[in-house]
Design a protein around this ligand. Structure first.
Ligand code: ASP
Length: 355
């Protein structure tokens, strides 16, 4: 089963190389290669199970997120501002498992995680298990820029966000009927089952390592990575986690080096997938290390993790990545991943299924 998974996965890598030149006479390499890549989660996303209207809605939301980040990059703004703006658009959309539309815990609540990292300074911030912050990605940024800490959880993170002037909402803001029904469905599968977003009923192998039988597998995290005109990389990730997760469970998204990482010397990474595996493999930082210490390209390094290490351990998912030269990679080992890129010339590409 796992070898089938790996074989299938090997056919699904998407990588695009090469900077895109601006035609305004600016010869600075950094100014010519600014770029942003986003994802809205990987999983068993099959065209056969998608209506044209729903597909169009996803594509429009992804394009809106890309354009909001691009507007910032184009006018010379920072990659940090760009990834925050793009992720906020997806957090505000009920289509994605982040912010409005986040999945429910076993207790019937929405507990969200988010992270942001600055490739220039290696500054990082994250929040976990937050329930009242409208845009968790902005709280992660506030932790990075306005505290001496990297990670705040629960009540402490919420208090901090409030004091930082971020928008606080009633937990009912995050409710969507789709996700509520999703929780009831997973609960009906039996005690202890969890589910990640964006999947149909597909039986996955149980993980003897985790002791979790995880059927009907879905991932719906959102993320963005960007390279700005100053040559600075940034990464951001935001998620509601897994449907029916235990309250208090924290995934890979807010763990720096697991689901999120950025370093101007190497790359910026945002992951989506079965978080427990991404944490145990320190996926995002390992990609960076493979580039820094072994000289691998962004495509080789991301393939090593997503096409080999993660499936070999029994996990699945994908990631988006940009290297310091503006090359991008978007590998995933699931049937699909909501994803898109926008290059310096304003060319938008939005993809859902494997190509
Ligand atoms: N990685 C996320 C988590 O485990 C889930 C996802 O990608 O949707 O919390």
């Amino acid at each position: 089963m796992i070898s089938t998974l790996i074989a299938t996965a090997l056919m699904m890598t998407t990588a695009v190389s090469g900077p895109v030149m601006r035609h305004d006479g600016d010869t600075s390499a950094a100014r010519q290669r600014y770029v942003m890549v986003i994802h809205g989660g990987a999983g068993t996303i099959l065209k056969s199970q998608m209506t044209p209207a729903r597909e169009q809605a996803y594509k429009a939301a992804l394009e809106q997120a890309l354009r909001s980040g691009y507007a910032i990059l184009q006018r010379g703004g920072s990659s940090l501002d760009a990834v925050e703006a793009a992720v906020r658009v997806m957090e505000d959309s009920p289509l994605f498992n982040a912010g409005k539309g986040a999945v429910f815990t076993n207790e019937g609540k929405n507990e969200m995680d988010a992270a942001m990292m600055d490739g220039k300074t290696l500054g990082a911030g994250s929040v976990a298990g937050v329930t009242v912050i409208r845009n968790p990605v902005s709280a992660a940024r506030a932790v990075m820029e306005r505290s001496q800490h990297v990670m705040l959880t629960g009540r402490g993170a919420e208090q901090f966000a409030k004091e930082a002037g971020l928008e606080i909402v009633n937990p009912s803001y995050f409710y969507t009927e789709d996700r509520w029904k999703g929780l009831q469905k997973v609960k009906a599968m039996g005690a202890g089952k969890t589910q990640l977003d964006h999947d149909s009923a597909v039986n996955k192998p149980s993980s003897s390592l985790l002791g979790i039988e995880n059927k009907d597998h879905k991932f719906g995290t959102v993320g963005a990575v960007a390279l700005d005109q100053q040559g600075n990389l940034a990464a951001a990730t935001s998620t509601g986690g897994m449907t029916n997760k235990k309250f208090g469970r924290v995934g890979d998204a807010p763990i720096i080096g697991a689901g999120t990482y950025a370093n101007n010397a190497t790359c910026a990474i945002s992951c989506t997938g079965w978080g427990e595996f991404f944490i145990r493999l320190c996926v995002a930082k390992t990609v960076s290390d493979l580039m820094e210490y072994k000289g691998l390209s962004i495509q080789q390094a991301t393939d090593e993790l997503i096409m080999k290490k993660v499936p070999a351990l029994g996990g699945d998912g994908g990631l988006i990545a940009i290297d310091k030269d503006g090359n991008i990679a978007m590998p995933f080992n699931t049937a699909g991943m909501y994803r898109g890129s926008i290059t310096a010339d304003g060319k938008v590409e939005v993809l859902i299924y494997k190509q």
